[in-house]
Design a protein around this ligand. Structure first.
Ligand code: PEP
Ligand code: MG
Length: 574
Protein backbone atom coordinates (compact mmCIF):
# COMPACT_ATOMS: atom_id res chain seq x y z
CA UNK A 1 0.00 0.00 0.00
CA UNK A 2 1.30 3.44 -0.89
CA UNK A 3 1.12 6.32 1.57
CA UNK A 4 2.83 9.62 2.32
CA UNK A 5 4.16 11.05 5.56
CA UNK A 6 5.06 14.67 6.24
CA UNK A 7 7.84 15.88 8.50
CA UNK A 8 10.36 18.65 8.97
CA UNK A 9 12.88 19.13 6.20
CA UNK A 10 16.38 19.26 7.62
CA UNK A 11 18.64 18.59 4.65
CA UNK A 12 17.52 18.81 1.03
CA UNK A 13 17.89 16.44 -1.88
CA UNK A 14 15.86 13.53 -3.24
CA UNK A 15 16.61 9.94 -2.32
CA UNK A 16 15.01 6.75 -3.62
CA UNK A 17 15.86 3.54 -1.83
CA UNK A 18 14.83 0.63 0.33
CA UNK A 19 14.01 1.07 3.98
CA UNK A 20 16.38 -0.20 6.59
CA UNK A 21 14.85 0.03 10.04
CA UNK A 22 16.96 0.52 13.11
CA UNK A 23 15.74 -0.55 16.47
CA UNK A 24 13.31 1.57 18.35
CA UNK A 25 14.85 3.81 21.00
CA UNK A 26 12.98 2.54 23.98
CA UNK A 27 13.54 2.52 27.66
CA UNK A 28 11.14 -0.42 28.08
CA UNK A 29 12.95 -2.85 30.32
CA UNK A 30 12.04 -5.66 32.66
CA UNK A 31 11.90 -5.15 36.42
CA UNK A 32 12.96 -7.91 38.79
CA UNK A 33 14.25 -8.26 42.32
CA UNK A 34 17.56 -10.00 42.84
CA UNK A 35 18.47 -12.34 45.65
CA UNK A 36 20.72 -10.43 48.06
CA UNK A 37 23.80 -12.46 47.16
CA UNK A 38 23.70 -11.20 43.55
CA UNK A 39 23.43 -7.50 44.39
CA UNK A 40 27.17 -6.75 44.41
CA UNK A 41 27.51 -8.51 41.10
CA UNK A 42 24.67 -6.41 39.68
CA UNK A 43 26.34 -3.19 40.87
CA UNK A 44 29.57 -4.37 39.23
CA UNK A 45 27.65 -5.07 36.00
CA UNK A 46 26.31 -1.51 36.06
CA UNK A 47 29.80 -0.11 36.73
CA UNK A 48 31.25 -2.10 33.84
CA UNK A 49 28.58 -0.75 31.48
CA UNK A 50 29.30 2.78 32.66
CA UNK A 51 33.04 2.33 32.10
CA UNK A 52 32.49 0.86 28.65
CA UNK A 53 30.21 3.75 27.68
CA UNK A 54 32.79 6.27 28.93
CA UNK A 55 35.43 4.53 26.82
CA UNK A 56 33.12 4.52 23.85
CA UNK A 57 32.73 8.31 24.07
CA UNK A 58 36.49 8.83 24.48
CA UNK A 59 37.25 6.71 21.46
CA UNK A 60 34.55 8.49 19.41
CA UNK A 61 36.26 11.71 20.37
CA UNK A 62 39.77 10.63 19.51
CA UNK A 63 38.65 9.00 16.26
CA UNK A 64 36.61 12.02 15.23
CA UNK A 65 35.71 11.44 11.56
CA UNK A 66 37.23 14.05 9.27
CA UNK A 67 33.82 14.84 7.77
CA UNK A 68 32.33 15.55 11.20
CA UNK A 69 30.63 18.93 11.52
CA UNK A 70 32.17 21.45 13.90
CA UNK A 71 29.30 20.81 16.33
CA UNK A 72 30.28 17.14 16.69
CA UNK A 73 32.74 17.86 19.53
CA UNK A 74 30.19 20.04 21.28
CA UNK A 75 27.48 17.39 21.22
CA UNK A 76 29.90 14.64 22.31
CA UNK A 77 30.90 16.79 25.22
CA UNK A 78 27.24 17.26 26.04
CA UNK A 79 26.63 13.49 25.98
CA UNK A 80 29.69 12.93 28.17
CA UNK A 81 28.36 15.50 30.64
CA UNK A 82 24.97 13.82 30.68
CA UNK A 83 26.62 10.44 31.31
CA UNK A 84 28.39 11.92 34.33
CA UNK A 85 25.18 13.35 35.77
CA UNK A 86 24.78 11.74 39.23
CA UNK A 87 21.30 10.55 38.24
CA UNK A 88 22.81 8.36 35.54
CA UNK A 89 26.23 7.55 36.96
CA UNK A 90 25.67 7.06 40.69
CA UNK A 91 21.96 6.98 41.55
CA UNK A 92 21.32 3.65 39.71
CA UNK A 93 24.05 1.85 41.69
CA UNK A 94 22.57 3.15 44.96
CA UNK A 95 19.14 1.99 43.85
CA UNK A 96 20.46 -1.48 42.97
CA UNK A 97 22.17 -1.68 46.37
CA UNK A 98 19.14 -0.44 48.34
CA UNK A 99 16.26 -1.98 46.42
CA UNK A 100 18.01 -5.05 44.98
CA UNK A 101 16.53 -4.36 41.58
CA UNK A 102 18.16 -5.15 38.24
CA UNK A 103 20.53 -2.54 36.73
CA UNK A 104 18.34 -1.86 33.67
CA UNK A 105 15.39 -1.00 35.89
CA UNK A 106 17.47 1.29 38.12
CA UNK A 107 18.80 3.06 35.05
CA UNK A 108 15.34 3.44 33.54
CA UNK A 109 13.88 4.94 36.73
CA UNK A 110 16.73 7.42 37.17
CA UNK A 111 16.68 8.35 33.48
CA UNK A 112 13.01 9.17 33.73
CA UNK A 113 13.74 11.45 36.71
CA UNK A 114 16.41 13.27 34.70
CA UNK A 115 14.15 13.52 31.64
CA UNK A 116 11.41 14.99 33.85
CA UNK A 117 13.86 17.65 35.07
CA UNK A 118 14.64 18.63 31.47
CA UNK A 119 10.94 18.71 30.72
CA UNK A 120 10.55 21.48 33.30
CA UNK A 121 12.82 23.89 31.45
CA UNK A 122 11.02 26.85 29.92
CA UNK A 123 13.66 27.23 27.25
CA UNK A 124 12.71 25.07 24.25
CA UNK A 125 16.32 24.32 23.41
CA UNK A 126 17.09 23.04 26.89
CA UNK A 127 13.83 21.09 26.97
CA UNK A 128 14.80 19.40 23.77
CA UNK A 129 17.99 18.11 25.39
CA UNK A 130 15.87 15.38 27.04
CA UNK A 131 16.35 13.55 23.74
CA UNK A 132 20.09 13.60 24.41
CA UNK A 133 19.47 12.16 27.89
CA UNK A 134 17.49 9.28 26.36
CA UNK A 135 20.19 8.67 23.77
CA UNK A 136 22.87 8.44 26.46
CA UNK A 137 20.70 6.11 28.56
CA UNK A 138 20.12 3.95 25.51
CA UNK A 139 23.88 3.57 25.03
CA UNK A 140 24.21 2.43 28.62
CA UNK A 141 21.30 0.02 28.22
CA UNK A 142 22.92 -1.51 25.16
CA UNK A 143 26.09 -2.06 27.14
CA UNK A 144 24.09 -3.70 29.92
CA UNK A 145 22.55 -5.99 27.34
CA UNK A 146 26.08 -7.10 26.42
CA UNK A 147 26.02 -5.21 23.15
CA UNK A 148 29.63 -4.79 21.92
CA UNK A 149 29.46 -1.04 21.61
CA UNK A 150 27.22 1.10 19.51
CA UNK A 151 27.73 -0.32 16.06
CA UNK A 152 25.97 1.43 13.21
CA UNK A 153 23.68 -0.85 11.25
CA UNK A 154 25.15 -2.00 7.97
CA UNK A 155 23.81 -0.47 4.80
CA UNK A 156 23.13 -2.85 1.94
CA UNK A 157 25.50 -2.55 -0.97
CA UNK A 158 23.23 -3.91 -3.70
CA UNK A 159 20.56 -1.20 -3.42
CA UNK A 160 20.28 2.37 -2.18
CA UNK A 161 19.29 2.29 1.48
CA UNK A 162 17.31 4.83 3.48
CA UNK A 163 17.73 4.58 7.21
CA UNK A 164 14.49 4.80 9.17
CA UNK A 165 14.74 5.28 12.92
CA UNK A 166 12.60 6.47 15.74
CA UNK A 167 15.45 8.68 16.76
CA UNK A 168 19.11 9.05 15.80
CA UNK A 169 21.82 10.59 17.86
CA UNK A 170 24.29 12.86 16.08
CA UNK A 171 26.99 10.25 16.78
CA UNK A 172 24.96 7.64 14.92
CA UNK A 173 24.61 9.96 11.98
CA UNK A 174 28.34 10.67 11.86
CA UNK A 175 29.12 6.95 11.94
CA UNK A 176 26.66 6.13 9.17
CA UNK A 177 28.24 8.49 6.68
CA UNK A 178 31.03 6.23 5.37
CA UNK A 179 28.41 3.60 4.62
CA UNK A 180 26.74 5.96 2.20
CA UNK A 181 23.14 5.84 3.24
CA UNK A 182 21.04 7.62 0.66
CA UNK A 183 18.98 9.44 3.28
CA UNK A 184 17.93 9.54 6.92
CA UNK A 185 14.41 9.54 8.32
CA UNK A 186 13.43 9.88 11.95
CA UNK A 187 10.18 10.05 13.90
CA UNK A 188 11.42 12.56 16.43
CA UNK A 189 13.56 15.66 16.17
CA UNK A 190 13.20 19.26 15.23
CA UNK A 191 15.06 21.74 13.09
CA UNK A 192 17.18 22.88 16.05
CA UNK A 193 18.22 19.45 17.33
CA UNK A 194 21.88 18.46 17.20
CA UNK A 195 20.95 15.64 14.87
CA UNK A 196 19.50 18.15 12.41
CA UNK A 197 22.64 20.27 12.59
CA UNK A 198 24.90 17.29 11.88
CA UNK A 199 22.68 16.02 9.04
CA UNK A 200 22.88 19.36 7.28
CA UNK A 201 26.66 19.24 7.57
CA UNK A 202 26.70 15.77 5.96
CA UNK A 203 24.81 16.98 2.91
CA UNK A 204 22.56 13.90 2.96
CA UNK A 205 18.80 14.30 2.50
CA UNK A 206 17.10 14.08 5.86
CA UNK A 207 13.58 14.54 7.19
CA UNK A 208 12.81 14.46 10.91
CA UNK A 209 9.67 14.72 13.02
CA UNK A 210 7.68 12.14 11.01
CA UNK A 211 6.10 10.86 14.28
CA UNK A 212 5.38 7.23 13.34
CA UNK A 213 7.43 6.36 10.26
CA UNK A 214 9.37 3.72 12.21
CA UNK A 215 6.10 1.98 13.03
CA UNK A 216 4.42 2.30 9.62
CA UNK A 217 7.35 1.57 7.32
CA UNK A 218 8.47 -2.05 6.93
CA UNK A 219 11.97 -3.34 6.29
CA UNK A 220 12.82 -3.13 2.58
CA UNK A 221 9.79 -1.01 1.66
CA UNK A 222 10.56 1.20 -1.32
CA UNK A 223 10.82 4.82 -0.21
CA UNK A 224 11.11 8.23 -1.81
CA UNK A 225 12.44 10.96 0.42
CA UNK A 226 11.98 14.53 -0.69
CA UNK A 227 14.29 16.44 1.63
CA UNK A 228 13.22 19.75 0.19
CA UNK A 229 9.52 19.34 0.96
CA UNK A 230 9.95 17.17 4.06
CA UNK A 231 7.94 14.34 2.48
CA UNK A 232 8.37 10.56 2.68
CA UNK A 233 6.49 8.46 0.13
CA UNK A 234 6.22 4.79 1.04
CA UNK A 235 5.80 2.16 -1.72
CA UNK A 236 5.07 4.72 -4.45
CA UNK A 237 3.18 3.65 -7.55
CA UNK A 238 4.98 3.48 -10.90
CA UNK A 239 4.07 6.96 -12.11
CA UNK A 240 5.15 8.69 -8.88
CA UNK A 241 8.38 6.70 -8.90
CA UNK A 242 9.06 7.68 -12.50
CA UNK A 243 8.38 11.32 -11.72
CA UNK A 244 10.71 11.34 -8.72
CA UNK A 245 13.43 9.57 -10.71
CA UNK A 246 13.27 12.44 -13.15
CA UNK A 247 13.30 14.99 -10.34
CA UNK A 248 16.24 13.20 -8.74
CA UNK A 249 18.27 13.28 -11.97
CA UNK A 250 17.40 16.93 -12.42
CA UNK A 251 18.48 17.66 -8.83
CA UNK A 252 21.79 15.80 -9.27
CA UNK A 253 22.47 17.50 -12.57
CA UNK A 254 21.73 20.82 -10.94
CA UNK A 255 24.22 20.12 -8.12
CA UNK A 256 26.90 19.24 -10.64
CA UNK A 257 26.20 22.37 -12.63
CA UNK A 258 26.23 24.47 -9.48
CA UNK A 259 29.63 23.09 -8.51
CA UNK A 260 31.01 24.46 -11.76
CA UNK A 261 30.00 27.95 -10.63
CA UNK A 262 32.49 27.88 -7.77
CA UNK A 263 34.91 30.34 -9.29
CA UNK A 264 32.37 32.39 -11.28
CA UNK A 265 31.65 35.92 -10.11
CA UNK A 266 28.09 36.49 -8.95
CA UNK A 267 27.00 39.07 -11.51
CA UNK A 268 23.37 39.78 -12.31
CA UNK A 269 22.31 39.60 -15.97
CA UNK A 270 22.71 43.36 -16.22
CA UNK A 271 26.24 43.24 -14.79
CA UNK A 272 25.92 44.22 -11.11
CA UNK A 273 28.33 42.36 -8.83
CA UNK A 274 26.80 40.69 -5.78
CA UNK A 275 29.03 39.53 -2.91
CA UNK A 276 28.13 36.11 -1.54
CA UNK A 277 29.78 35.50 1.81
CA UNK A 278 29.54 32.65 4.29
CA UNK A 279 28.57 32.37 7.95
CA UNK A 280 30.91 30.29 10.11
CA UNK A 281 31.07 29.19 13.71
CA UNK A 282 34.60 27.79 14.01
CA UNK A 283 37.93 28.29 12.17
CA UNK A 284 37.66 24.74 10.71
CA UNK A 285 34.61 25.86 8.70
CA UNK A 286 36.69 27.80 6.20
CA UNK A 287 37.47 24.69 4.12
CA UNK A 288 33.78 24.45 3.26
CA UNK A 289 33.58 28.19 2.65
CA UNK A 290 36.22 27.85 -0.06
CA UNK A 291 34.76 24.69 -1.52
CA UNK A 292 31.49 26.51 -2.08
CA UNK A 293 33.12 29.59 -3.61
CA UNK A 294 32.11 32.20 -1.02
CA UNK A 295 34.14 35.38 -1.47
CA UNK A 296 34.47 36.17 2.22
CA UNK A 297 33.13 35.51 5.69
CA UNK A 298 30.14 37.73 6.36
CA UNK A 299 29.55 36.47 9.88
CA UNK A 300 31.91 34.58 12.17
CA UNK A 301 29.77 33.82 15.21
CA UNK A 302 32.69 34.04 17.64
CA UNK A 303 30.58 33.02 20.66
CA UNK A 304 30.88 29.38 19.56
CA UNK A 305 34.49 29.56 20.78
CA UNK A 306 33.11 30.23 24.27
CA UNK A 307 30.47 27.48 24.52
CA UNK A 308 30.62 24.00 26.09
CA UNK A 309 33.74 24.64 28.13
CA UNK A 310 34.68 25.44 31.71
CA UNK A 311 37.58 27.81 31.01
CA UNK A 312 36.90 30.69 28.64
CA UNK A 313 39.38 31.18 25.78
CA UNK A 314 42.16 33.60 26.72
CA UNK A 315 43.54 36.33 24.45
CA UNK A 316 46.14 34.06 22.86
CA UNK A 317 43.65 31.30 22.04
CA UNK A 318 41.22 33.79 20.56
CA UNK A 319 43.97 35.57 18.66
CA UNK A 320 45.06 32.27 17.13
CA UNK A 321 41.49 31.38 16.08
CA UNK A 322 40.84 34.78 14.48
CA UNK A 323 44.30 34.90 12.90
CA UNK A 324 43.81 31.44 11.37
CA UNK A 325 40.57 32.52 9.70
CA UNK A 326 41.97 35.87 8.57
CA UNK A 327 45.11 34.29 7.09
CA UNK A 328 43.18 31.33 5.66
CA UNK A 329 40.87 33.60 3.68
CA UNK A 330 43.82 35.11 1.76
CA UNK A 331 42.83 38.75 1.98
CA UNK A 332 39.10 38.20 1.45
CA UNK A 333 36.91 39.97 4.00
CA UNK A 334 36.46 38.24 7.36
CA UNK A 335 33.74 39.80 9.50
CA UNK A 336 34.06 38.66 13.09
CA UNK A 337 31.16 39.35 15.40
CA UNK A 338 32.00 40.07 19.05
CA UNK A 339 30.49 37.41 21.25
CA UNK A 340 26.72 37.20 21.05
CA UNK A 341 26.26 35.26 24.26
CA UNK A 342 23.13 35.17 26.38
CA UNK A 343 19.60 34.12 25.35
CA UNK A 344 19.93 30.64 23.75
CA UNK A 345 23.75 30.69 23.90
CA UNK A 346 24.60 30.76 27.60
CA UNK A 347 28.07 30.28 29.05
CA UNK A 348 28.44 27.09 31.01
CA UNK A 349 28.48 28.73 34.44
CA UNK A 350 26.36 31.69 33.49
CA UNK A 351 24.45 31.68 36.77
CA UNK A 352 20.97 33.14 36.77
CA UNK A 353 19.10 32.98 33.46
CA UNK A 354 16.78 35.96 33.07
CA UNK A 355 13.02 35.52 32.72
CA UNK A 356 13.22 36.84 29.17
CA UNK A 357 16.81 36.09 28.15
CA UNK A 358 16.32 37.22 24.55
CA UNK A 359 15.40 40.65 25.91
CA UNK A 360 18.01 40.62 28.63
CA UNK A 361 21.75 40.79 29.05
CA UNK A 362 22.64 39.45 25.63
CA UNK A 363 25.25 40.27 22.93
CA UNK A 364 26.68 43.82 23.16
CA UNK A 365 24.83 44.37 26.45
CA UNK A 366 26.72 41.46 27.95
CA UNK A 367 30.00 42.59 26.32
CA UNK A 368 29.67 45.98 28.02
CA UNK A 369 28.62 44.43 31.31
CA UNK A 370 31.70 42.17 31.27
CA UNK A 371 34.46 44.63 30.30
CA UNK A 372 37.33 42.26 31.02
CA UNK A 373 35.89 39.57 28.76
CA UNK A 374 35.13 42.13 26.07
CA UNK A 375 38.57 43.72 26.29
CA UNK A 376 40.26 40.33 25.93
CA UNK A 377 38.27 39.62 22.79
CA UNK A 378 38.84 43.05 21.29
CA UNK A 379 42.59 42.82 21.88
CA UNK A 380 42.66 39.45 20.13
CA UNK A 381 40.58 40.82 17.24
CA UNK A 382 42.65 43.97 16.78
CA UNK A 383 45.84 41.92 16.77
CA UNK A 384 44.44 39.33 14.35
CA UNK A 385 43.35 42.13 12.02
CA UNK A 386 47.01 42.53 11.06
CA UNK A 387 46.94 39.14 9.38
CA UNK A 388 44.11 39.61 6.93
CA UNK A 389 41.06 41.64 6.02
CA UNK A 390 39.33 41.51 9.41
CA UNK A 391 36.31 43.62 10.31
CA UNK A 392 34.64 43.75 13.72
CA UNK A 393 30.87 43.44 13.95
CA UNK A 394 28.88 44.51 17.02
CA UNK A 395 25.70 42.45 17.68
CA UNK A 396 22.29 43.63 18.85
CA UNK A 397 22.77 47.38 18.97
CA UNK A 398 19.70 49.18 20.23
CA UNK A 399 20.75 52.62 21.39
CA UNK A 400 23.27 55.19 20.30
CA UNK A 401 24.73 55.63 23.76
CA UNK A 402 25.48 51.90 23.74
CA UNK A 403 27.22 52.33 20.39
CA UNK A 404 29.17 55.35 21.66
CA UNK A 405 30.24 53.41 24.71
CA UNK A 406 31.36 50.50 22.49
CA UNK A 407 33.37 52.73 20.17
CA UNK A 408 35.06 54.39 23.16
CA UNK A 409 35.80 50.97 24.58
CA UNK A 410 37.45 49.92 21.32
CA UNK A 411 39.61 53.07 21.40
CA UNK A 412 40.59 52.34 25.01
CA UNK A 413 41.51 48.79 24.02
CA UNK A 414 43.73 50.09 21.23
CA UNK A 415 45.39 52.33 23.80
CA UNK A 416 46.03 49.31 26.06
CA UNK A 417 47.79 47.57 23.15
CA UNK A 418 49.82 50.74 22.49
CA UNK A 419 50.92 50.83 26.11
CA UNK A 420 51.92 47.16 25.95
CA UNK A 421 53.76 47.80 22.67
CA UNK A 422 51.76 45.04 20.92
CA UNK A 423 51.22 45.51 17.17
CA UNK A 424 47.65 45.63 15.86
CA UNK A 425 45.61 47.08 13.01
CA UNK A 426 44.41 50.50 14.11
CA UNK A 427 42.36 50.99 10.90
CA UNK A 428 40.09 48.00 11.45
CA UNK A 429 36.53 48.66 10.28
CA UNK A 430 33.72 48.53 12.85
CA UNK A 431 30.22 47.49 11.81
CA UNK A 432 26.95 46.98 13.61
CA UNK A 433 24.23 44.39 13.39
CA UNK A 434 20.81 45.79 12.70
CA UNK A 435 18.57 43.23 14.32
CA UNK A 436 16.48 45.26 16.74
CA UNK A 437 13.62 47.30 15.24
CA UNK A 438 14.75 50.39 17.19
CA UNK A 439 18.11 50.36 15.41
CA UNK A 440 16.45 49.76 12.05
CA UNK A 441 14.05 52.67 12.52
CA UNK A 442 16.72 55.04 13.80
CA UNK A 443 19.24 53.82 11.24
CA UNK A 444 20.68 57.22 10.31
CA UNK A 445 22.41 57.74 13.63
CA UNK A 446 23.93 54.26 13.60
CA UNK A 447 24.96 54.44 9.95
CA UNK A 448 26.83 57.70 10.49
CA UNK A 449 29.03 56.24 13.22
CA UNK A 450 29.69 52.81 11.69
CA UNK A 451 31.79 51.63 8.73
CA UNK A 452 29.29 48.97 7.66
CA UNK A 453 25.99 47.36 8.63
CA UNK A 454 24.75 43.79 8.70
CA UNK A 455 21.08 42.95 9.02
CA UNK A 456 20.36 40.01 11.31
CA UNK A 457 16.96 39.00 9.99
CA UNK A 458 16.64 36.09 12.43
CA UNK A 459 16.48 38.45 15.36
CA UNK A 460 14.92 41.35 13.47
CA UNK A 461 11.92 39.11 12.77
CA UNK A 462 11.89 37.75 16.32
CA UNK A 463 11.92 41.21 17.89
CA UNK A 464 9.59 42.90 15.39
CA UNK A 465 6.89 40.24 15.46
CA UNK A 466 7.41 39.37 19.16
CA UNK A 467 8.02 35.71 18.33
CA UNK A 468 10.55 33.67 20.28
CA UNK A 469 12.62 32.17 17.47
CA UNK A 470 13.39 29.07 19.60
CA UNK A 471 9.77 28.32 20.50
CA UNK A 472 8.23 25.73 18.15
CA UNK A 473 4.73 26.63 19.39
CA UNK A 474 4.89 30.00 17.63
CA UNK A 475 7.14 28.98 14.74
CA UNK A 476 4.23 29.26 12.29
CA UNK A 477 3.97 33.00 13.06
CA UNK A 478 7.60 33.62 12.13
CA UNK A 479 7.08 35.38 8.82
CA UNK A 480 9.88 37.06 6.83
CA UNK A 481 7.24 38.38 4.40
CA UNK A 482 5.26 40.27 7.05
CA UNK A 483 4.79 43.81 5.69
CA UNK A 484 6.51 45.23 8.80
CA UNK A 485 9.63 43.18 8.06
CA UNK A 486 9.65 44.12 4.38
CA UNK A 487 9.28 47.81 5.27
CA UNK A 488 12.13 47.61 7.77
CA UNK A 489 14.38 45.79 5.28
CA UNK A 490 13.58 48.30 2.57
CA UNK A 491 14.26 51.21 4.94
CA UNK A 492 17.59 49.84 6.20
CA UNK A 493 18.96 48.79 2.81
CA UNK A 494 17.71 51.97 1.10
CA UNK A 495 19.09 54.32 3.78
CA UNK A 496 22.46 52.57 3.93
CA UNK A 497 22.79 52.69 0.15
CA UNK A 498 21.87 56.38 0.12
CA UNK A 499 24.48 57.12 2.78
CA UNK A 500 27.07 54.97 1.00
CA UNK A 501 27.47 52.63 3.99
CA UNK A 502 27.97 48.97 2.92
CA UNK A 503 25.09 46.79 4.09
CA UNK A 504 24.61 43.03 4.06
CA UNK A 505 22.05 40.50 5.30
CA UNK A 506 23.54 37.67 7.37
CA UNK A 507 20.34 36.12 8.79
CA UNK A 508 18.78 32.96 7.33
CA UNK A 509 16.81 35.01 4.77
CA UNK A 510 20.07 35.61 2.88
CA UNK A 511 20.39 31.88 2.17
CA UNK A 512 16.80 31.27 1.12
CA UNK A 513 16.32 31.16 -2.62
CA UNK A 514 12.77 32.41 -2.31
CA UNK A 515 14.04 35.77 -1.04
CA UNK A 516 17.13 36.34 -3.19
CA UNK A 517 15.40 38.39 -5.88
CA UNK A 518 13.31 40.25 -3.36
CA UNK A 519 16.43 41.32 -1.45
CA UNK A 520 18.20 42.23 -4.69
CA UNK A 521 15.15 44.28 -5.65
CA UNK A 522 15.37 46.09 -2.31
CA UNK A 523 18.93 47.09 -3.23
CA UNK A 524 20.95 44.45 -1.35
CA UNK A 525 24.31 43.56 -2.92
CA UNK A 526 25.91 41.58 -0.09
CA UNK A 527 24.55 38.31 1.29
CA UNK A 528 26.02 36.03 3.93
CA UNK A 529 24.74 32.50 4.51
CA UNK A 530 25.36 28.83 5.40
CA UNK A 531 28.29 27.87 3.09
CA UNK A 532 26.53 25.03 1.28
CA UNK A 533 23.87 27.43 0.06
CA UNK A 534 26.25 29.77 -1.77
CA UNK A 535 26.19 27.97 -5.17
CA UNK A 536 22.37 27.95 -5.40
CA UNK A 537 22.09 31.60 -4.47
CA UNK A 538 24.83 32.42 -6.96
CA UNK A 539 22.88 30.76 -9.71
CA UNK A 540 19.79 32.76 -8.81
CA UNK A 541 21.82 35.98 -8.96
CA UNK A 542 23.24 35.00 -12.35
CA UNK A 543 19.73 34.60 -13.75
CA UNK A 544 18.32 37.84 -12.34
CA UNK A 545 17.97 41.10 -14.19
CA UNK A 546 17.74 44.01 -11.74
CA UNK A 547 15.73 46.30 -14.07
CA UNK A 548 13.22 43.48 -14.62
CA UNK A 549 12.55 42.85 -10.92
CA UNK A 550 12.32 46.49 -9.83
CA UNK A 551 8.59 47.09 -10.45
CA UNK A 552 7.48 43.77 -9.00
CA UNK A 553 9.55 44.33 -5.85
CA UNK A 554 7.81 47.68 -5.31
CA UNK A 555 4.44 45.99 -5.78
CA UNK A 556 5.35 43.45 -3.07
CA UNK A 557 6.31 46.29 -0.73
CA UNK A 558 2.93 47.95 -1.30
CA UNK A 559 0.82 44.79 -1.01
CA UNK A 560 -0.89 44.28 2.32
CA UNK A 561 -2.67 40.98 1.75
CA UNK A 562 -0.38 38.02 2.64
CA UNK A 563 -1.79 35.91 -0.21
CA UNK A 564 -1.12 38.69 -2.71
CA UNK A 565 2.44 39.04 -1.37
CA UNK A 566 3.08 35.35 -1.95
CA UNK A 567 1.53 35.43 -5.39
CA UNK A 568 3.74 38.39 -6.37
CA UNK A 569 6.79 36.67 -4.89
CA UNK A 570 6.07 33.59 -7.00
CA UNK A 571 5.96 35.82 -10.07
CA UNK A 572 9.24 37.42 -9.07
CA UNK A 573 10.85 33.99 -8.76
CA UNK A 574 9.33 32.49 -11.89
C1 PEP B 1 20.47 37.13 13.05
O1 PEP B 1 19.91 37.43 14.11
O2 PEP B 1 19.89 37.17 11.95
C2 PEP B 1 21.86 36.68 13.04
C3 PEP B 1 22.52 36.49 11.92
O3 PEP B 1 22.44 36.41 14.23
P1 PEP B 1 22.13 35.09 15.09
O4 PEP B 1 21.31 34.17 14.24
O5 PEP B 1 23.45 34.54 15.46
O6 PEP B 1 21.37 35.67 16.24
MG1 MG C 1 21.11 37.76 15.85
Amino acid sequence: MSFTLHGISVSSGIAIGHAHLVSHTSLEVAHYILPKRFVDEEVARFDAALRATRQEFSSLRSNRPTHAAAEFDAFLELHQMILEDPLLSTAPREMIANEHCNAEWALKVQTETLVAQFDEFEDAYLRERQTDVKQVAERLLKRLAGHPGHQPPQARHDVETILVAHDLSPADLIQFKPQQYAAFVTDSGSATSHTAIVARGLNTPCVVGLHNARELVREDDLLILDGEQGVLIVNPDKSILAEYKLRQSAWELERKKLKRLRTARANTLDGSLVELHANIEKPEDIAEVKENGATGIGLFRSEFLFLNRDELPDEEEQFEAYRAVAAGMDGQPVTIRTFDLGADKQLKNAGRVANNPALGLRAIRLCLAEPMLFRTQLRALLRAAQHGNVKILIPMLSSVSELNQTLLFIEATKYSLDIDGIPYNREVKIGGMIEIPAAALALNVFAKKLDFLSIGTNDLIQYTLAIDRTDEEVAHLYDPLHPAILQLLSHVIGTANKLGVPVSVCGEMAGELAYTRLLLGLGLRQFSMFSAQVPSIKQRVLTTSLPEIAALTQKILRADDPLRVRELLDRLNA
